[in-house]
Design a protein around this ligand. Structure first.
Ligand SMILES: [Zn+2]
Length: 386
């Protein structure tokens, strides 16, 4: 199912290949986020053009709207959205704990009120796995307890215990044909709890392991710590997935720490504000500086937007609220993320990842605004935060 092809000599970076029933995925991989059954502003043809191998869907959101009766009638999520390649579905745990109004945490799940209409709903390991089975995703995630980064050690302890118990329950549930199931390691930035959670989950023998409880508004050093406390305890011959991360520079650093899979809403979210990712950091195309800029968003970029349009034109589109503007920035940003991962894979394969990493980090100037966009979204529980 997962083949570890090469490990970098200068870091923990890994080159791998994940085989699912709907396709082979070269890792490290970036997975564009299609929370509501669509990668925001992009169509499947564009995703194909930028060599997308797998996208995300979300149990919580799809369960609320359009509901499983509709998706079931369509013949599953792939058919409903007409995407034939692999889909990973998040379990809904993150949304229940960050978005919904929780009424009661019970032994077998959470009673909560929908963030949309306040209706009373219940989601636990059994319900989440059943929904993911009906969605027919290629990779399902266990239903976990994802505490905020402000949680006390005692609260994190409770979340870890619940996560382990619920993971065991998820493990017992029936799956869709060929569906892989990944466990999620919680434990905040506590080394001992991360280790314990990882070890307990490994006993349950999942197909892969995710690092959860990151991208919940924590500062970057804490996020890196959470990852560093987890990856050494995960099996080398299975895929590792850091949930909801991050900026391009963070992805390079997380690959160097042994992570294989990523998803993040940043490329499409910031695109909607006219922010483009480049290898030097982000630029705000709406700015007056680009009024007469006849170059593409990024020189040497091979995306559809950069091949055809100037910054001046895209700036104009954004400023008059033409949909094409935010669509083209979304195309560029998503393409950029996928290209960075392709470059990472090429460099690990060629034994040059160490140099690539050094150069990438030296060139990339992180923008406080972009990091804040992630943080504030997590704090207000914006619905496509993951
Ligand atoms: Zn481009």
């Amino acid at each position: 199912m997962f083949e570890l092809l090469k490990t970098d000599s200068t870091s923990a970076a890994r080159l791998g290949r994940l085989t699912t029933t709907r396709g082979v995925i070269d890792t490290p991989v970036f997975m564009p986020v299609g929370t509501q059954g669509s990668v925001k502003a992009l169509d499947p043809r564009e995703l194909d053009e930028m060599s997308t191998k797998i996208i995300l869907g979300n149990t919580y959101h799809l369960h609320i709207r359009p509901g499983m009766d509709i998706i079931g009638e369509a013949g599953g999520l792939h058919k409903f959205i007409n995407w034939t390649k692999p889909i990973l579905t998040d379990s809904g745990g993150f949304q229940v704990f960050s978005l919904a109004k929780i009424r009661k945490i019970k032994a077998h799940g959470v009673e909560f009120r929908s963030h949309l209409d306040g209706s009373l709903l219940f989601l636990g390991p059994k319900e989440s796995m059943s929904i993911q089975r009906q969605l027919g995703s290629d990779i399902a995630m266990v239903f976990d307890d994802c505490p905020p980064h402000t949680a006390t050690a005692r609260e994190v302890r409770g979340a870890v215990d619940r996560t382990i118990r619920w993971a065991a329950e998820c493990r017992e549930q029936p799956r869709a044909p060929g569906q892989l199931v990944f466990g999620i390691v919680q434990g905040g930035s506590h080394a001992a709890m991360r280790e314990e959670c990882a070890k307990e989950l490994i006993k349950l023998k999942f197909d892969g392991y995710a690092i959860g409880g990151v991208s919940v508004g924590e500062p970057e050093p804490e996020m890196m710590k959470a990852v560093e406390y987890t990856t050494p305890h995960l099996p080398a011959d299975q895929p590792r997935y850091a949930m909801g991360l991050g900026t391009p520079a963070q992805l390079v650093e997380l690959v160097a720490r042994g992570v294989d899979m990523f998803d993040c809403v940043l490329p499409t979210r910031v695109a909607r504000n006219g922010t483009a990712f480049t290898h030097k950091g982000t630029i705000s195309i709406k700015g007056g500086a680009y009024k007469r800029d006849w170059g593409p968003i990024e020189e040497a970029c091979t995306c559809f937007a950069c091949q055809r349009f100037t910054r001046a034109y895209i700036r104009h589109l954004l400023n008059v609220n033409e949909i094409l503007g935010l669509r083209m920035v979304s195309v560029h940003n998503s393409h950029m993320y996928l290209k960075v991962m392709e470059d990472i894979r090429t460099n690990i394969r060629n034994g040059t990842f160490g140099e690539f990493r050094r150069e990438f980090i030296a060139n990339y100037v992180p923008s406080r605004k972009v990091l804040a966009a992630r943080k504030s979204a997590a704090e207000v529980g914006e619905d496509d935060v993951r």
